[in-house]
Design a protein around this ligand. Structure first.
Ligand code: TMP
Length: 207
């Protein structure tokens, strides 16, 4: 059987990634594709337990290095139990966040050395996505959209404006460095327009 396709959705807070994931899953399933939607941190029972440690509580409870280790453990659990089995079955896996989030939040905004993330990705043998959508939006609009999305899951939202500005810049820099893998979507557009653009890109690039 043909190996599936791994699509990741990246961007700052409140950029509409989970809405886009739902829209893509529905549209691709209607076209007869097997689709698995998932998210990071999370997407498997062990990773969900680590998620609670990361997203709840005091803003300064973990350093960027501690966070990167926890995200890597959650990612390995997610890859092993959810992503790799689904790809092996030939499914399209749509993940709301993946390793570009670690590069934006822990490396660019948090100050972790890039080589540490490279080593962690090598250690867990993290596969590169076939396609990554970067949802771009001014962080102040995103943060006002996202506040209170899931009760108590606001640790990263409490970081200051400079942190969120560096996250946005880094996502755009990743897209510029890897234009074949990445496509930028204007997340200030209507959600139907964002979905239509994403579907067009998938059809053009993935098959
Ligand atoms: P979510 O709000 O999109 O579900 O993601 C939870 C938070 O975790 C979000 O604020 C971004 C953050 N995050 C990182 O800092 N590094 C990572 O590697 C991932 C996957 C998420």
């Amino acid at each position: 059987m043909e190996e599936g396709r791994f699509i990741t959705l990246e961007g700052g807070e409140g950029t509409g990634k989970s809405t886009l994931a739902r829209g893509l899953a529905e549209a691709l399933a209607a076209r007869g594709r097997a689709v698995v939607t998932t998210r990071e941190p999370g997407g498997a029972p062990g990773a969900d337990a680590i998620r609670a440690l990361l997203v709840q509580g005091d803003v300064n409870k973990w350093s960027a290095t501690e966070e990167a280790l926890l995200f890597a453990a959650a990612r390995l659990n997610h890859l092993t139990h959810t992503v790799r089995p689904a790809l092996a079955r030939g499914a399209i896996v749509i993940s709301d966040r993946y390793y570009d989030s670690t590069r934006a939040y822990q490396v660019a905004a948090g100050g972790l050395a890039p080589s540490v993330l490279d080593q962690l990705n090598a250690l867990i043998e993290a596969p590169a996505p076939h396609l990554t959508f970067i949802l771009d939006l001014d962080p102040s609009s995103g943060l006002s959209r996202s506040r209170g999305a899931e009760a108590g899951e606001d640790r990263f939202e409490k970081k200051d404006r400079g942190f969120h500005a560096r996250v946005r810049e880094e996502f755009l820099a990743i897209a510029a460095r890897e234009p074949k893998r990445c496509a930028i979507l204007d997340a200030s557009a209507a959600k139907d327009a964002v979905l239509a653009q994403a579907l067009k890109t998938i059809e053009a690039r993935l098959w």
